[in-house]
Design a protein around this ligand. Sequence first.
Ligand SMILES: [Zn+2]
Length: 353
Amino acid sequence: MECAEFETEHCTKEKVESYEECTAKKDAGKQECSQWADQGYKKCCGWQPCKFFCDAMVWVSKWVCLGYVWVANWVCVGWTWITHKFCVAWETIKWSACWGAKGFLWLLNGAAFVVSMIFWIPGLGPLARWLWHGLLTVFWGFVGLVDMGLCAIGVCPPKKLRLLAIVMVGERGQAVTTPAAVLPEVTNTIDLYRRLADVEVVPLLGGDKWVVESNTPAPGYLLNVDCGGEGLVKDLGLVGPGFDFQASVNGWDGNFRRLIGYGAPVIAFFVRDVEGSSQGCSFGPLVDYVTVESQPSVADSLPHEIGHACNLIDLPGAGSNLMNPQANHRLPNTTLEKGQVLLVRASRHVTYL
Ligand SMILES: [Zn+2]
């Protein structure tokens, strides 16, 4: 969330303009009163006492006219003064509210960071996290049942999925790839999910911060990762807590959502190598992260792995389906079945808010 700068320049500008208008109106008013009086005197009858009374009437009316101009001017000046005060007060309220909300969110994410530390204790921590994430998936899936039903009959308003891609950096400072190389994969993912499931992929960190280089160096076991059973076992060891820590410090804004599950971001780690023939890995809804291989080049498995994170399973041999591990995952060929769309949209990662 970006707060606009504290800006009262437009208030001052409006005030100056408004004061100028008041003065111009006052001058014009005074002139009108005098002209009108001059004409009045000329039109007066020439004989006494008619002339005396007529002149007196014109004189009194002229001063009433001038009095009106003065009052109108003071109302104009007073109105300008008070609206300027309101303008400055409104800007102050807007600015403080934005920073207040920002501070509050920061505190929420900080509190979630501290609570999530339980999940970093190797062994029990990741196991507790699997259970917690499993429960959250079921709970939010249940909450989304009505929405699922509506989409099944064709009413599928766009939902959001928050994404952060993190390029891993090794302990000697060497990044496994560049954000520039990752960006086309992100773009492909955005297109696919919009077209296939009415899901708008948005950057967790806002603006155009889709891809960041990890700001803390990662040990070797986070650069070359395992998948399948061996990967799951390692996730319980140091790997799960390692990725969780990386997700927490690089994707700070997502900490609270990751803890409560609703609209939890998917964190995609671009690693050096995923063991075996697969080019990416995901442990489904059990974790918030997926891994994608980026050497020698970035694979096109990001949307496929996100599919796993969003409740989908592999469909080997299913032609151009997104969940066929052998297919290429690019538009215009890639497809999703209606049931798969419903499952993706029921994921705790895919929400309206
Ligand atoms: Zn797969």
